[in-house]
Unconditional design. Structure first.
Length: 369
Protein backbone atom coordinates (compact mmCIF):
# COMPACT_ATOMS: atom_id res chain seq x y z
CA UNK A 1 0.00 0.00 0.00
CA UNK A 2 2.83 2.43 0.83
CA UNK A 3 4.38 1.79 -2.62
CA UNK A 4 1.03 2.65 -4.25
CA UNK A 5 0.91 5.82 -2.14
CA UNK A 6 4.10 7.03 -3.85
CA UNK A 7 3.43 5.55 -7.30
CA UNK A 8 -0.07 6.95 -7.73
CA UNK A 9 1.03 10.58 -8.27
CA UNK A 10 3.47 9.47 -10.98
CA UNK A 11 0.89 7.29 -12.71
CA UNK A 12 -1.63 10.15 -12.72
CA UNK A 13 0.43 13.31 -13.13
CA UNK A 14 2.98 12.32 -15.76
CA UNK A 15 0.22 11.93 -18.42
CA UNK A 16 -1.55 14.98 -16.95
CA UNK A 17 1.66 16.99 -17.37
CA UNK A 18 2.01 15.86 -20.98
CA UNK A 19 -1.59 16.88 -21.71
CA UNK A 20 -1.11 20.29 -20.06
CA UNK A 21 2.04 20.87 -22.12
CA UNK A 22 0.03 20.49 -25.34
CA UNK A 23 -2.84 22.50 -23.86
CA UNK A 24 -0.55 25.46 -23.19
CA UNK A 25 0.94 25.28 -26.70
CA UNK A 26 -2.61 25.41 -28.07
CA UNK A 27 -3.44 28.37 -25.83
CA UNK A 28 -0.33 30.28 -26.89
CA UNK A 29 -1.36 29.89 -30.54
CA UNK A 30 -4.20 32.34 -29.84
CA UNK A 31 -1.75 35.16 -29.10
CA UNK A 32 -0.26 36.48 -32.31
CA UNK A 33 2.88 37.81 -30.71
CA UNK A 34 6.21 37.37 -32.42
CA UNK A 35 8.20 34.74 -30.54
CA UNK A 36 10.16 31.60 -31.30
CA UNK A 37 8.87 28.04 -31.12
CA UNK A 38 11.52 27.44 -28.49
CA UNK A 39 9.95 30.12 -26.29
CA UNK A 40 6.54 28.47 -26.65
CA UNK A 41 8.03 25.12 -25.65
CA UNK A 42 9.72 26.60 -22.59
CA UNK A 43 6.52 28.36 -21.46
CA UNK A 44 4.52 25.15 -22.02
CA UNK A 45 7.01 23.00 -20.10
CA UNK A 46 7.06 25.44 -17.16
CA UNK A 47 3.24 25.52 -17.08
CA UNK A 48 2.94 21.72 -17.26
CA UNK A 49 5.57 21.14 -14.57
CA UNK A 50 4.02 23.76 -12.28
CA UNK A 51 0.53 22.21 -12.59
CA UNK A 52 1.86 18.67 -12.17
CA UNK A 53 3.82 19.78 -9.09
CA UNK A 54 0.67 21.36 -7.62
CA UNK A 55 -1.20 18.12 -8.22
CA UNK A 56 1.61 15.80 -7.12
CA UNK A 57 0.46 16.12 -3.53
CA UNK A 58 -2.56 13.96 -4.27
CA UNK A 59 -4.16 14.73 -0.93
CA UNK A 60 -4.06 18.49 -1.37
CA UNK A 61 -6.62 20.79 -2.94
CA UNK A 62 -4.29 21.62 -5.86
CA UNK A 63 -4.51 18.05 -7.15
CA UNK A 64 -8.32 18.24 -7.20
CA UNK A 65 -8.28 21.51 -9.13
CA UNK A 66 -5.82 20.18 -11.71
CA UNK A 67 -7.70 16.91 -12.22
CA UNK A 68 -11.10 18.59 -12.57
CA UNK A 69 -9.59 21.05 -15.06
CA UNK A 70 -7.96 18.33 -17.15
CA UNK A 71 -11.04 16.07 -17.19
CA UNK A 72 -13.29 18.96 -18.23
CA UNK A 73 -10.80 20.09 -20.88
CA UNK A 74 -10.49 16.55 -22.26
CA UNK A 75 -14.27 16.22 -22.52
CA UNK A 76 -14.37 19.46 -24.51
CA UNK A 77 -11.61 18.11 -26.76
CA UNK A 78 -13.72 15.03 -27.46
CA UNK A 79 -16.76 17.19 -28.28
CA UNK A 80 -14.60 19.37 -30.53
CA UNK A 81 -13.31 16.36 -32.47
CA UNK A 82 -16.74 14.76 -32.80
CA UNK A 83 -18.42 17.83 -34.27
CA UNK A 84 -15.54 19.53 -36.06
CA UNK A 85 -16.15 17.78 -39.40
CA UNK A 86 -19.84 18.72 -39.36
CA UNK A 87 -19.36 22.43 -38.64
CA UNK A 88 -18.95 24.91 -41.46
CA UNK A 89 -16.42 27.68 -40.98
CA UNK A 90 -18.23 30.82 -39.84
CA UNK A 91 -17.97 33.53 -37.18
CA UNK A 92 -19.71 31.41 -34.52
CA UNK A 93 -17.38 28.46 -35.10
CA UNK A 94 -14.33 30.76 -34.94
CA UNK A 95 -15.53 32.17 -31.61
CA UNK A 96 -16.09 28.64 -30.27
CA UNK A 97 -12.58 27.62 -31.36
CA UNK A 98 -11.13 30.55 -29.41
CA UNK A 99 -13.21 29.65 -26.33
CA UNK A 100 -12.14 25.99 -26.60
CA UNK A 101 -8.45 26.77 -26.97
CA UNK A 102 -8.49 29.37 -24.18
CA UNK A 103 -9.60 26.88 -21.50
CA UNK A 104 -12.08 29.38 -20.08
CA UNK A 105 -14.86 26.78 -19.77
CA UNK A 106 -12.80 24.36 -17.61
CA UNK A 107 -11.67 27.32 -15.48
CA UNK A 108 -15.31 28.37 -14.93
CA UNK A 109 -16.39 24.79 -14.18
CA UNK A 110 -13.61 24.33 -11.59
CA UNK A 111 -14.44 27.71 -10.03
CA UNK A 112 -18.13 26.80 -9.71
CA UNK A 113 -17.32 23.34 -8.30
CA UNK A 114 -14.93 24.75 -5.71
CA UNK A 115 -17.36 27.47 -4.65
CA UNK A 116 -20.10 24.86 -4.24
CA UNK A 117 -17.69 22.48 -2.50
CA UNK A 118 -16.55 25.08 0.02
CA UNK A 119 -20.11 26.06 0.92
CA UNK A 120 -21.29 22.43 0.93
CA UNK A 121 -18.66 21.09 3.33
CA UNK A 122 -19.68 23.64 5.98
CA UNK A 123 -23.41 22.82 5.77
CA UNK A 124 -23.76 20.07 8.37
CA UNK A 125 -27.05 18.16 8.25
CA UNK A 126 -28.83 16.08 10.85
CA UNK A 127 -29.54 12.67 9.29
CA UNK A 128 -32.12 10.51 11.06
CA UNK A 129 -32.74 6.77 10.64
CA UNK A 130 -35.54 4.83 12.31
CA UNK A 131 -35.08 1.09 12.86
CA UNK A 132 -37.15 -1.54 14.64
CA UNK A 133 -36.10 -4.44 16.85
CA UNK A 134 -37.93 -6.75 19.22
CA UNK A 135 -34.73 -6.87 21.30
CA UNK A 136 -35.26 -3.29 22.50
CA UNK A 137 -37.99 -2.57 25.04
CA UNK A 138 -39.57 0.47 26.64
CA UNK A 139 -39.32 3.77 24.78
CA UNK A 140 -36.60 2.49 22.49
CA UNK A 141 -32.98 3.55 22.02
CA UNK A 142 -31.67 6.81 20.57
CA UNK A 143 -28.12 6.71 19.19
CA UNK A 144 -25.98 9.67 18.11
CA UNK A 145 -23.10 8.99 15.72
CA UNK A 146 -20.27 11.39 14.92
CA UNK A 147 -17.69 10.26 12.40
CA UNK A 148 -14.73 11.64 10.45
CA UNK A 149 -14.44 15.01 12.15
CA UNK A 150 -10.73 15.35 11.20
CA UNK A 151 -10.57 18.09 13.80
CA UNK A 152 -9.12 21.33 12.51
CA UNK A 153 -9.36 20.63 8.78
CA UNK A 154 -12.73 22.25 8.12
CA UNK A 155 -14.21 22.56 11.62
CA UNK A 156 -12.94 24.47 14.62
CA UNK A 157 -13.59 24.12 18.34
CA UNK A 158 -16.54 26.53 18.53
CA UNK A 159 -18.29 24.97 15.55
CA UNK A 160 -17.90 21.54 17.13
CA UNK A 161 -19.26 22.86 20.41
CA UNK A 162 -22.34 24.17 18.61
CA UNK A 163 -23.08 20.85 16.90
CA UNK A 164 -22.56 18.93 20.14
CA UNK A 165 -25.04 21.27 21.83
CA UNK A 166 -27.50 20.50 19.02
CA UNK A 167 -26.96 16.78 19.56
CA UNK A 168 -27.48 17.24 23.31
CA UNK A 169 -30.94 18.71 22.69
CA UNK A 170 -31.91 15.41 21.00
CA UNK A 171 -31.30 13.54 24.27
CA UNK A 172 -29.29 10.58 22.93
CA UNK A 173 -29.08 7.46 25.10
CA UNK A 174 -25.62 6.65 23.80
CA UNK A 175 -23.01 8.39 21.62
CA UNK A 176 -20.65 6.66 19.18
CA UNK A 177 -17.53 8.26 17.69
CA UNK A 178 -16.65 6.05 14.73
CA UNK A 179 -13.11 7.08 13.95
CA UNK A 180 -10.97 9.78 12.34
CA UNK A 181 -12.14 12.29 14.90
CA UNK A 182 -8.57 13.61 14.77
CA UNK A 183 -5.82 13.46 12.18
CA UNK A 184 -2.31 14.62 11.27
CA UNK A 185 -3.35 18.29 11.09
CA UNK A 186 -4.97 18.36 14.53
CA UNK A 187 -2.83 20.35 16.94
CA UNK A 188 -2.52 18.96 20.45
CA UNK A 189 -4.41 21.79 22.26
CA UNK A 190 -7.26 21.48 19.73
CA UNK A 191 -7.32 17.70 20.22
CA UNK A 192 -7.64 18.15 23.99
CA UNK A 193 -10.42 20.75 23.65
CA UNK A 194 -12.34 18.63 21.14
CA UNK A 195 -12.10 15.54 23.35
CA UNK A 196 -13.42 17.54 26.29
CA UNK A 197 -16.39 18.85 24.25
CA UNK A 198 -17.27 15.40 22.90
CA UNK A 199 -16.93 13.82 26.32
CA UNK A 200 -19.37 16.33 27.79
CA UNK A 201 -22.29 15.15 25.67
CA UNK A 202 -24.56 13.84 28.39
CA UNK A 203 -25.85 10.42 27.35
CA UNK A 204 -27.37 7.79 29.63
CA UNK A 205 -24.92 5.07 28.58
CA UNK A 206 -21.94 7.27 27.79
CA UNK A 207 -19.68 8.07 24.84
CA UNK A 208 -17.80 5.30 23.00
CA UNK A 209 -14.94 5.66 20.53
CA UNK A 210 -13.17 3.46 17.98
CA UNK A 211 -9.97 4.30 16.12
CA UNK A 212 -9.88 5.48 12.54
CA UNK A 213 -6.87 5.17 10.27
CA UNK A 214 -5.92 8.85 10.80
CA UNK A 215 -6.40 9.16 14.58
CA UNK A 216 -3.01 7.69 15.59
CA UNK A 217 -1.07 10.22 13.45
CA UNK A 218 0.73 7.45 11.59
CA UNK A 219 0.80 9.42 8.33
CA UNK A 220 2.76 12.28 9.87
CA UNK A 221 6.56 12.45 10.10
CA UNK A 222 6.31 14.78 13.11
CA UNK A 223 3.20 13.85 15.07
CA UNK A 224 1.97 16.36 17.67
CA UNK A 225 0.97 13.56 20.03
CA UNK A 226 1.21 9.81 20.27
CA UNK A 227 -1.56 7.23 20.15
CA UNK A 228 -1.01 6.64 23.85
CA UNK A 229 -1.38 10.36 24.64
CA UNK A 230 -4.63 10.49 22.68
CA UNK A 231 -5.87 7.38 24.47
CA UNK A 232 -5.17 9.06 27.83
CA UNK A 233 -6.88 12.33 26.84
CA UNK A 234 -9.97 10.44 25.69
CA UNK A 235 -10.11 8.49 28.95
CA UNK A 236 -9.74 11.73 30.96
CA UNK A 237 -12.66 13.14 28.94
CA UNK A 238 -14.88 10.19 29.95
CA UNK A 239 -14.80 8.75 26.43
CA UNK A 240 -14.47 4.99 26.42
CA UNK A 241 -12.09 3.67 23.75
CA UNK A 242 -12.92 0.20 22.43
CA UNK A 243 -10.07 -1.77 20.85
CA UNK A 244 -11.45 -5.11 19.73
CA UNK A 245 -13.60 -5.54 22.80
CA UNK A 246 -17.24 -6.06 23.63
CA UNK A 247 -19.23 -4.28 26.34
CA UNK A 248 -22.54 -5.43 27.78
CA UNK A 249 -24.05 -1.98 28.31
CA UNK A 250 -27.40 -3.26 29.64
CA UNK A 251 -29.09 -6.65 29.67
CA UNK A 252 -30.54 -5.87 26.22
CA UNK A 253 -27.76 -3.73 24.66
CA UNK A 254 -24.22 -4.72 23.74
CA UNK A 255 -21.51 -2.77 21.89
CA UNK A 256 -18.60 -4.35 20.01
CA UNK A 257 -15.81 -1.91 19.15
CA UNK A 258 -13.46 -3.06 16.39
CA UNK A 259 -9.80 -2.15 16.19
CA UNK A 260 -9.14 -0.17 13.01
CA UNK A 261 -8.30 -2.65 10.26
CA UNK A 262 -5.06 -0.91 9.24
CA UNK A 263 -3.81 -0.99 12.85
CA UNK A 264 -4.36 -4.71 13.33
CA UNK A 265 -4.48 -6.97 10.29
CA UNK A 266 -5.00 -10.02 12.53
CA UNK A 267 -7.83 -8.63 14.62
CA UNK A 268 -10.33 -10.97 16.25
CA UNK A 269 -13.58 -11.95 14.59
CA UNK A 270 -16.92 -10.58 15.74
CA UNK A 271 -17.89 -14.10 16.86
CA UNK A 272 -14.87 -14.22 19.19
CA UNK A 273 -15.60 -10.78 20.61
CA UNK A 274 -19.30 -11.52 21.14
CA UNK A 275 -18.78 -14.90 22.80
CA UNK A 276 -19.49 -13.67 26.35
CA UNK A 277 -22.34 -11.29 25.57
CA UNK A 278 -25.88 -11.83 26.82
CA UNK A 279 -27.79 -14.02 24.34
CA UNK A 280 -30.57 -12.09 22.65
CA UNK A 281 -29.14 -8.63 23.33
CA UNK A 282 -29.16 -5.97 20.63
CA UNK A 283 -25.59 -6.03 19.26
CA UNK A 284 -24.03 -2.92 17.73
CA UNK A 285 -20.67 -3.14 15.96
CA UNK A 286 -18.54 0.00 15.66
CA UNK A 287 -16.00 -0.31 12.85
CA UNK A 288 -14.42 2.73 11.22
CA UNK A 289 -14.43 1.12 7.79
CA UNK A 290 -17.60 -0.39 6.32
CA UNK A 291 -16.16 -3.89 6.01
CA UNK A 292 -17.22 -7.48 6.79
CA UNK A 293 -20.90 -6.62 6.42
CA UNK A 294 -21.95 -10.09 5.26
CA UNK A 295 -19.88 -11.73 8.01
CA UNK A 296 -21.39 -9.51 10.70
CA UNK A 297 -24.91 -10.17 9.42
CA UNK A 298 -24.24 -13.92 9.55
CA UNK A 299 -22.81 -13.57 13.10
CA UNK A 300 -26.12 -12.18 14.38
CA UNK A 301 -25.08 -8.53 14.69
CA UNK A 302 -28.06 -6.16 14.60
CA UNK A 303 -26.43 -2.88 13.61
CA UNK A 304 -23.05 -1.76 12.29
CA UNK A 305 -21.98 1.89 12.33
CA UNK A 306 -19.09 3.04 10.16
CA UNK A 307 -17.59 6.08 8.44
CA UNK A 308 -14.30 6.43 6.54
CA UNK A 309 -15.70 6.91 3.03
CA UNK A 310 -16.88 10.53 3.44
CA UNK A 311 -19.54 9.46 0.91
CA UNK A 312 -16.97 10.34 -1.75
CA UNK A 313 -15.95 13.81 -0.57
CA UNK A 314 -14.47 14.54 -3.98
CA UNK A 315 -16.92 13.41 -6.65
CA UNK A 316 -16.89 10.75 -8.09
CA UNK A 317 -14.33 8.97 -5.86
CA UNK A 318 -16.98 7.36 -3.63
CA UNK A 319 -18.89 5.88 -6.53
CA UNK A 320 -15.68 4.60 -8.13
CA UNK A 321 -14.45 3.06 -4.85
CA UNK A 322 -17.70 1.12 -4.45
CA UNK A 323 -17.76 0.11 -8.11
CA UNK A 324 -14.18 -1.19 -7.88
CA UNK A 325 -14.88 -3.02 -4.62
CA UNK A 326 -12.56 -0.83 -2.53
CA UNK A 327 -15.46 -0.02 -0.19
CA UNK A 328 -18.34 -2.40 0.50
CA UNK A 329 -20.58 0.63 1.03
CA UNK A 330 -20.15 4.27 0.15
CA UNK A 331 -22.94 5.85 2.19
CA UNK A 332 -26.33 5.38 3.79
CA UNK A 333 -28.32 2.41 5.06
CA UNK A 334 -28.03 -1.20 3.94
CA UNK A 335 -30.19 -4.07 5.16
CA UNK A 336 -29.22 -7.75 5.11
CA UNK A 337 -32.05 -9.82 6.61
CA UNK A 338 -32.31 -8.52 10.21
CA UNK A 339 -28.93 -6.72 10.05
CA UNK A 340 -28.55 -3.01 9.30
CA UNK A 341 -25.37 -1.15 8.33
CA UNK A 342 -25.17 2.64 8.42
CA UNK A 343 -22.24 4.49 6.87
CA UNK A 344 -21.94 8.18 7.75
CA UNK A 345 -20.47 10.73 5.36
CA UNK A 346 -18.78 12.40 8.33
CA UNK A 347 -19.38 15.67 10.12
CA UNK A 348 -16.50 17.45 8.37
CA UNK A 349 -13.88 16.84 5.68
CA UNK A 350 -10.40 15.47 5.34
CA UNK A 351 -7.48 16.89 3.39
CA UNK A 352 -9.46 19.27 1.23
CA UNK A 353 -11.56 22.16 2.52
CA UNK A 354 -14.13 21.37 -0.18
CA UNK A 355 -16.80 18.71 -0.66
CA UNK A 356 -18.01 18.20 -4.22
CA UNK A 357 -19.61 14.86 -3.38
CA UNK A 358 -22.08 14.00 -0.63
CA UNK A 359 -22.72 16.20 2.40
CA UNK A 360 -21.51 16.66 5.98
CA UNK A 361 -23.66 15.24 8.77
CA UNK A 362 -24.11 13.88 12.23
CA UNK A 363 -26.43 10.90 12.56
CA UNK A 364 -29.30 10.08 14.88
CA UNK A 365 -30.68 6.53 14.95
CA UNK A 366 -33.91 5.67 16.72
CA UNK A 367 -34.31 1.97 17.42
CA UNK A 368 -37.98 1.35 18.18
CA UNK A 369 -39.32 -1.77 19.96
Amino acid sequence: MRILFYLMPAVVYIPVGIYLYHFMKRLLSLFHIKRSKKTDKIISVVFAVACAAAGWRVYDVGSVAVLYFVVCSLLLDVVQRLFKRYLKENRGVRIWNVIHKSGIIPVLVVSILFTYGYVNIHQVRETVYTLQSGKISGEGLRIAQISDLHMGTTMGVEELRGYCENIQTKNPDIVFLTGDIFDERTEKPMMEEAADILGHIDAKYGVFYVWGNHDPNHYSAQAEYSMEELRRVLADSQIRVLEDEAVQVTSELAVIGRMEQSLDRNRKSVQELAADLEPGSYQIVLDHRPVELEENAAAGVDLQLSGHTHAGQIWPTGQLAQLLGINEMNYGLKKIDGFHAIVSSGIAGWGYAVRTGGHSEYVLIDVKP
